[in-house]
Design a protein around this ligand. Sequence first.
Ligand code: ZN
Length: 385
Amino acid sequence: MTERLYYDDCYQREFQARVVETADDGRRVYLDRTAFYPTSGGQPFDVGTIAGVAVREVVDEEDRIAHVLEAPVAAGEVAARIDWERRFDHMQQHTGQHLLSAVLIELFNIPTLSFHMGAVSSSIEVGAPQIDAARMERAEERCAEIVAEARPALISYEDSTAELGLRKASARSGTLRIVSIDRLDRSACGGTHVRSTAEIGPVLLRKIEKIRGNVRIEFVCGLRAIRRARQDFRTLSEISRLVSVPFDATPALVAAQVEKAKSLEKSSARLAAELAKREGAELYAATVADAAGVRRATERGAIADAMRARAQAFVAGSKAVFLAVSENPPSVLLAASGDSGVHAGDRVKAAVTAAGGRGGGNAGLAQGSVPDAKALEGVVRELGR
Ligand SMILES: [Zn+2]
């Protein structure tokens, strides 16, 4: 059974231990005692070194803790050291979670259902269908008040049969490890925590999401909160600089700009359609009829709205056939006036099918695509006749 040094002292960064067993050619190491926290209860494992070798993962095997190392270590006494920056960050997030969960009970009687600590932010899922912004702000400020009061966070061991007054009943029996925040919270927890609420630092509540009929609250504590706030400031500064208004005026300005852009897009599309229509009509007027009295035009370019509008304007004239050819992707569009004697759908379908492609349409308008440029030129020759 591994002695868990972090149970009684979460601040121990270095320790001596004895390798009692190894597996996986010396890469999976069991010690008689360890300060390495294994992934458990929503908190990720610690990293660091054992006998100078990097620890890649720490696994809770109930009675024992397995340290997965980058390289093998020999049996015997070893000196070990945990990555304190990562551990302390986890302690801040984890104790911050106890604080936030307790505050949500204290203020609104909203229970916490689960906790997840991520590499960037942490989250709790709480038993409420929704939480409005005013309540979130109230909770955030209450956390700040309790942080400022520097309330002790203590570890004790108590029997599960006693009247423990826990925030959330524990499923375990026997001796429980209880983490208490003075006059606020008592939770059964095996994680690592700071010793005073002051050490949690800032607690910032961020994204609120509805999930499974509950609410998920994203939050950051300590140095993470400071770094996140700094990044927010940079992002907002950049937006503010780009739109040339002060921070607080950016949402209204950006909303107005988005509306303006939408309106310009609509107006630009309308003008493009109008232009295409005129071009089609002008092209019809400038095209000389063939021996059968039919005016034929072929244009190369993207087959999109403008090309379609041009084609339709061209065949709005009598005895007219318009062919559009796109190289990329290899495709064609054929438009024909009702009196041209050409059934666009039938012609396109026959031509592209023969060239290994597919397509079709009605008598007046049809489209088709073919596999490559060579097939395309064959189709163009066929449809040009
Ligand atoms: Zn905890």
